[in-house]
Ligand binder design. Sequence first.
Ligand code: DGL
Length: 279
Amino acid sequence: MPQPAPIGVFDSGYGGLTVLRELVNRLPQYDYLYLGDNARSPYGTRSFETVYQYTLECVKWFFEKGCSLVILACNTASAKALRTIQQNDLPKIAPDKKVLGVIRPTTEAIGNYSQTNAVGILATSGTVASQSYPIEIAKFFPEVEVYQEACPIWVPLIENNEINNHGSAFFIRKNLHSLFQKGKNIDTVLLACTHYPIMQDQIREYLPVDVKLLSQGAIVAESLADYLQRHPEIEALCSKTNKREFYTTDATEDFDNHATLFFWEPVRSNHVDLENSGQ
Ligand code: DGL
């Protein structure tokens, strides 16, 4: 019988911390184990196969740590790896464990925000290319038109703390202009990359005032609360001692310096070398 363990929260780097922040706010009683694969980020421009391999390695690491529930707090990993992991890998390696993503909970809710039935998606190239958002939104809100814009420069700008200069303003304006050229009646824009909320003030500056700007964290947290209520057998395996632990595949000092920006409180991380951790 597995012992209760923290809820695993995964991202390619720092972005998932914006989701973890909301999870901790909404469900503070649980323990959380965060892993950022910073050594191999960004994932957004990598191939399906690579993102799948990297994500699977990280998921296995969470399982070794005893986690029964892992959240892929990364759209790119949710878009490119989640389905294969759920359908092909879990039945073989861990039939009793669950891996959830951030796209499904967001697409279940997004149509409720739009009056014009036109939604804009800002995401990494990988998430856009996967077509996950248009496909998933069509299942829940077939009347909603989805317009996507890949913003490949945004994650590097954020990870390098370059969001408050003319260079980032240029790229924000460029990508928003291109999005609204595609969908002139968009009234709701989703930040479909967990890094982007860090830049939301800057993005807001260049959006028409009547357009809603949505981040995923709170939506994902609400959906997880609901999931845990509907799955008491999984909930029972989530430990509740108010602990948060952070791991990175890269240098801990860098991680700790950057992480506060995303998590809004000081972070002390540990290093993990996935290649030597039995993967
Ligand atoms: N934060 C990740 C996401 O939500 C992407 C960052 C990356 O490109 O690695 O898609």
